[in-house]
Design a protein around this ligand. Structure first.
Ligand SMILES: [Zn+2]
Length: 127
């Protein structure tokens, strides 16, 4: 897993009057970029090439595992481990709270010292 970067992004897709949330798991390692998109329909993008479930004889999740070496489930676990450290780096507290910033922006903050630990941005909230 060394040199690997994991991201999760959220955006809105579909018609403006009826958008739906699309979540992307992004796996980066060296020259490889694998994007696993969950939304109205699942698909994967490997270095710019889109792969749809109907292109495959096996589940898309398996293709993700073949491409990245980890399962979608492991991706989420690693991601959570990286982005949700067990303790606040400032005061050591384990308590968390979520705060809203600008539209679409959410901060995960330490409940005890108000330090921002992580933030997410949902483009769908402003489009
Ligand atoms: Zn703290």
């Amino acid at each position: 897993m060394k040199g690997t970067k994991l991201y999760i992004t959220q955006s809105a897709e579909g018609p403006k009057h009826d958008p739906y949330l699309c979540r992307s798991l992004i796996f980066l390692k060296d020259e490889l970029k694998v994007e696993y998109k969950e939304g109205l329909y699942e698909r994967m993008v490997i270095n710019g090439t889109e792969i749809l479930p109907q292109h495959l004889l096996f589940p898309l999740e398996e293709a993700f595992e073949i491409a990245t070496g980890i399962t979608v489930h492991q991706f989420q676990r690693y991601y959570e481990r990286i982005h949700n450290p067990k303790r606040c780096p400032n005061c050591g507290s384990k308590r968390r709270k979520w705060m809203s910033g600008f539209p679409g922006e959410e901060f995960m903050m330490c409940y005890d010292c108000d330090r921002i630990i992580d933030c997410t941005f949902n483009e769908g909230a402003i489009i």
